[in-house]
Design a protein around this ligand. Structure first.
Ligand code: GLU
Length: 418
């Protein structure tokens, strides 16, 4: 949608929550402006020896509550407005979860599928060198996001360590296990969305097995989530990726679908099985399912398609999939929207465990990680539901209110420098 600003969307949401809490502008104004925005342009030598210039960003939204934290994405549509919004969402996400971080985000404007593996490595290393002056385990800790993974985090960790002259494991999270990564981190965001679905449905007296799901996105988040839901006996009627989706009223065979797309990097448009129908991503938003889980990118449920949503619950696996205008339509239809800053916080929660393990030079076992994730997330969910009850607002406003209270108190306790 042209003219759409993700950052304006965030500012509106923050302002609404601040008004609900009767905060004075002085108390929350700093959260409307990111603390630091870095835009970089840098050359990468391509395999054919030509040079190409790429643009990248790192935005640190807030460090009131601790070092800034947030992923890095490689995407051709990324721009500074999107990265500012994503950084702000991280601030609120970490505050709702109660983990001691502020928020940041980074991006390189690139289609990584158009680069060779070596070009991607050179791009990652040069981007890391460009943002190195402002990152570090005590300042700002990147992590994976769309189109980045453990291998990319390994290159970032190595580049930063080379620049420092010694190994710094805690500069990024989501690393491979052999270089200080954490058990459970690759699945953490999807697992967190599953836990959120389980708990939010339970509050309505429903179990995962009683309802049907539609999942948009079959990447790290959507793929893991669909697998976990399937293992818990849930029926998933629709899934999609960038190429479109598939629908089956009786429920899809998720392990078979994941085997198909992950094995040879194939797309869902080429998947076939008995009694499935191929659908578009637009049709997935309006698919017959009780729970819709957008787990791809921003701006998917909008004023244009919100009225067509059939689901009774939307659980936001992606960051910013629902616009402010869509929220209003969904609320009037009685759809329960569980916001991104709560629903997809499993990734950053386990990133926090990874960083703690790096700082302490020890390793937790996977059961401990998953148990601790469950505990932190359930507490955050209960806090948000309690706040919703007290203020009589949507879950999104309640989640922002819970976070705002913590951020405003932190700012008060620190005071203003100088
Ligand atoms: N990129 C993920 C998110 O949006 C994870 C961030 C992190 O682990 O720092 O929450």
């Amino acid at each position: 949608m042209s003219g759409y600003s993700s950052y304006e969307n965030v500012v509106t949401t923050i302002t609404n929550a601040a008004k609900t809490l009767n905060l004075s502008e002085n108390e929350y104004i700093s959260l409307i402006y990111p603390e630091r925005e870095l835009k970089v342009s840098f050359p990468v030598k391509m395999d054919d020896s030509t040079l190409r210039i790429f643009e990248g960003y790192r935005v640190q939204h807030s460090s009131f509550r601790g070092p800034c934290k947030g992923g890095i994405r490689f995407h051709p549509d990324s721009d500074i407005d999107e990265v500012k919004a994503l950084a702000a969402w991280m601030t609120f996400k970490c505050a709702v979860a109660g983990i001691p971080y502020g928020g940041a985000k980074g991006a390189v404007k690139v289609d990584p599928s158009a680069l060779s593996h070596d070009e991607l490595e050179r791009l990652t290393r040069r981007y890391t060198a460009m943002i190195a002056p402002i990152i570090g385990p005590e300042r700002d800790i990147p992590a994976p996001d769309i189109n980045t993974n453990g291998e990319v985090m390994g290159w970032i960790m190595d580049t930063y360590s080379m620049l420092k002259g010694y190994t710094v494991t805690g500069v990024v999270t989501g690393k491979p296990l052999d270089i200080g990564g954490s058990l459970g981190r690759p699945e953490a965001t999807g697992r967190g969305v599953m836990i959120t679905a389980r708990e939010c449905l339970r509050k309505s007296g429903v179990s995962l097995k009683d309802v049907t799901f539609a999942v948009q996105g079959m990447g790290n988040v959507g793929g893991t989530l669909a697998k976990l839901l399937y293992e818990h006996g849930a029926t998933i009627t629709a899934v999609s990726d960038v190429s479109g989706g598939v629908y089956k009223a009786e429920g899809l065979n998720i392990p078979e679908i994941l085997g198909f797309i992950n094995g040879k990097k194939r797309l869902l448009r080429d998947y076939d099985a008995s009694c499935i129908a191929h659908i578009t991503n637009a049709e997935l938003i309006a698919a017959d399912a009780d729970v819709l889980i957008p787990a791809a990118i921003e701006n998917q449920v909008t004023a244009e398609n919100a009225a067509s949503v059939k689901a009774k619950w939307i659980i936001e696996g992606a960051n910013g999939p629902t616009t402010v205008a869509a929220d209003e339509i969904l609320e009037s239809k009685g759809v329960v929207v569980v916001p991104d800053i709560l629903a997809n916080s499993g990734g950053v929660i386990v990133s926090y465990f990874e960083w703690v393990q790096n700082i302490q030079s020890l390793m937790w076992d996977e059961d401990e990680i998953n148990r601790s994730l469950d505990n932190i997330l359930c507490k955050a969910i209960n806090d948000v539901y309690r706040c919703r009850g007290e203020l009589g607002v949507s879950l999104r406003t309640a989640a922002y209110a819970v976070a705002l209270n913590k951020l405003v108190n932190a700012k008060k306790a620190r005071g203003i420098f100088p």
